[in-house]
Design a protein around this ligand. Structure first.
Ligand code: CP
Length: 302
């Protein structure tokens, strides 16, 4: 397989299936060689990566930092709360300021859809823009992590039934995962959740009944209730949500015996899943976190 060629990473839709597969292969090489833990050839020596996160993050921000450092780059984390944004500096002026400091990668998370594309259109071509999540639209690096995690446990996407469960409406991870699964020619895609969380324009079979949606699934991808993106009236009662859509050990038995359970995080125990499921052998939630460093090394070095 040829080396993946990436410049910006704005959305999964921009990538071919071949590019996705090449990024996954490169990520797996970083894992197999343990370079994702011990460090790799310093191909980014002399380069600077800036993390510009307008929304909170643990996994994405830290793993982009670790990935860049493993490859020899300098990393700067901008603290939005103490930055000049609080004095009224606009998004673009903030970005132009960071660009003037000769940064090479700008990793950006923002609550507004298409922010990463907007910035890519307004900056110099040599500044690589990485979308670390914009609005409800795209979180491409998370989708690549999720595809790698599936690939590590299942042989053929075409023979898999994947059930994505939860608040799909507000989820940029779901949209990027769906796009990646389609590019990799997934066998069967199911979206499972309350009617109001299942956008009609998204593909796949829609299930409001959790038990039916899980029946015979190979992969269960859980999503958090994104309460910060909901109006007060939209927020469900958490206990009744868990009763209807929480993944419990009982419900997990409806899926295939070798089904894997995934969640991009952060997880909310007792809301989207039980403690027992979060910590069970079928749960790959922390594998996804570990894969995050390798995938982000592959993205930055491609
Ligand atoms: N999955 C994910 O994006 O997690 P963080 O919000 O912690 O980055």
């Amino acid at each position: 397989m040829t080396e993946p060629r990436l410049h910006h990473l704005l959305s999964i839709e921009d990538l071919s299936a071949e590019t996705i597969k090449a990024v996954l292969q490169k990520s797996q090489e970083f894992i197999d060689s343990k370079h994702y833990i011990n460090g790799a050839e310093k191909v980014l020596s002399g380069k600077t990566l800036i993390n510009l996160f307008f929304e909170n993050s643990t996994r994405t921000r830290v793993s982009f930092e670790l990935a860049a450092k493993r490859l020899g780059a300098d990393v700067v984390n901008v603290d939005i709360a103490t930055s000049a944004v609080s004095k009224g500096e606009s998004l673009l002026d903030t970005v132009y300021t960071l660009q003037a400091m000769h940064s090479d990668f700008l990793v950006i998370r923002h609550k507004k859809d298409h922010t990463a594309n907007f910035i890519a259109e307004h900056t110099e071509p040599n500044l690589r823009i990485i979308n670390a999540g914009d609005g409800t639209r795209a979180h491409p690096s998370q989708a690549l992590i999720d595809m790698l995690t599936i690939q590590q446990h299942k042989t053929d996407f075409a023979n898999l039934t994947v059930a994505i469960v939860g608040d799909i409406n507000h989820s940029r991870v779901a949209r990027s995962d769906i796009s990646a699964l389609q590019k990799l020619q997934i066998g069967e895609l199911r979206l499972v959740g309350p009617e109001r969380f299942l956008p009609q324009d998204l593909p796949g079979a829609h299930f409001n009944d959790m038990e039916q949606g899980l029946e015979g699934a190979d992969v269960i991808m859980l999503l958090r209730l994104q309460r910060e993106r909901m109006l007060e009236a939209e927020i469900p009662d958490l206990m009744s949500y868990f009763q209807n859509y929480g993944l419990t050990e009982e419900r997990l038995k409806l899926a295939r015996p070798d089904a894997i359970v995934m969640h991009p995080g952060p997880i909310n125990r007792g809301v989207g899943l039980s403690n027992e499921v979060a910590d069970c052998k079928q749960s790959l939630i922390l594998d996804q976190v570990r894969n995050g460093i390798a995938v982000r090394m592959a993205i930055l070095s491609s």
